[in-house]
Design a protein around this ligand. Sequence first.
Ligand SMILES: Cc1cc2nc3c(=O)[nH]c(=O)nc-3n(C[C@H](O)[C@H](O)[C@H](O)COP(=O)(O)OP(=O)(O)OC[C@H]3O[C@@H](n4cnc5c(N)ncnc54)[C@H](O)[C@@H]3O)c2cc1C
Length: 447
Amino acid sequence: MIATDPAFRAALDGLELIDHPVQLRQRSRDFYWYSPILKRELDGKAADLIAVPRSIDEVVRVAAACARFGVPLVVRGGATGNYGQMVPLQGGVLLDMARLDRTLWIERGRGRFEAGVRLEAADTLAQQSGWELRMFPSTRRQATVGGYVSGGAAGVGSIRYGQLRDSGSVLALKVVTCEETPRLVELRGPDIGKALHAYGTTGVVVEVELPLAPAYPWVEMVAAFEDFTAAAHFAQTLAESDGLFLKLDSLMAWPLPSYFRGLDDGVLPEGRHVIMIMVAVGGEAGVAALAAEHNGTITLQRAYREERGHTPLYEYTWNHTTLQALKIDKTVTYLQTIFPPDSNVEALIASHEMFGAEVMAHAEFQRRLGRTNCSSLQVVRYTSDERLWEIVRQMDTLGIRLSNPHSYILEDKGARVPSADMQLAFKREADPLGLLNPGKMSRWTAA
Ligand SMILES: Cc1cc2nc3c(=O)[nH]c(=O)nc-3n(C[C@H](O)[C@H](O)[C@H](O)COP(=O)(O)OP(=O)(O)OC[C@H]3O[C@@H](n4cnc5c(N)ncnc54)[C@H](O)[C@@H]3O)c2cc1C
């Protein structure tokens, strides 16, 4: 096994290395087990060695040694990806970014962070000078800045600031190439697409520069509805209400709320569909009036706060919705879908009527390609692979397209062709031996 070869180890002399089999197994996993299909494919896969760099120089040393000895190199951020993105398919070195965690600077609406900074730390530090992250995944407390730009897509804040892929959502990435003499490349403007959402297949991201948003005091609210159609129209109308400054607008059909624990009695009434909302302080009355117009009731209104032991509302939303359901029922799984622009509400209502409680509707309202739309992480009562794909086919007839969460292949997530082509071209320069996260980019494997 080359990663444990004495000559290879000597090349990494002085670095923090871990080779205990239990640690190798545990740290080589993410949340792929949401999917019964990925569980079958990925259980048991692990790195041969973990390296924990403390500086960019140490990252360069690891990349150089991997290139010289032909060893696969996979980067690990917070390991909260949910498609096995960071699971090493061919062993090799797992580069754990946890100690590359310095915030370099925050000033006038921008911040620059080493890749291993946790999003929670980045957001908290920014808030101290009146700014905050424009968006974060619901894994804010565990995920890293580098992991988010390499594996994430959107999240809490996307209702106002759109997607990570949107021009301007990321200002710069510094990446280390995987060559015998690695290079440091600063990517800006359209070049950011070479490494953004590339699962670390085109370079190791060591620094990330992000635009920041003015920090607001946020209020968390829950609106409950008897009628699903009314709930869906409320969520869309709320999202389009320009006077209300939103950070979160998430719809969950009953019985999804029955899986949620930790909220006070009465917040999630039996049989009701709910919308979970974060609105800038001052917007509460506007939200309540809109809910009343749609025959909804406000069942929660409280200040947003971060405290150990306290679950913020966003930890019931985005992909935490699936996690909350899985905590109670291990047999459910999920889908990840994109809705047709301009008829998203109609498609959402039609899919709820088509599948009922077999596919529990869950929609995250957001800005997408210049419009207010929703994407969905539906929680599915899993019976068989065949039935799962049949559901996908039926959804397709409603214009609801799959972004396949049961695959670890980069291009199966609906990657836009121009950025996929750009990533393949950059990989030829930055990773000529194909050592970075091998097996994840199908274009490279095919080429
Ligand atoms: C409960 C739950 C909720 C989630 N909610 C959201 C959400 O709201 N929005 C969203 O977009 N995603 C969400 N996700 C997916 C995931 O949390 C995000 O993609 C997250 O940002 C990943 O960050 P991480 O640090 O954990 O990265 P990891 O899981 O460690 O890595 C993700 C990918 O990026 C690569 N990578 C990591 N760091 C680097 C680096 N420095 N350089 C190069 N490559 C790197 C890894 O190899 C892997 O391919 C959720 C997942 C779970 C389990």
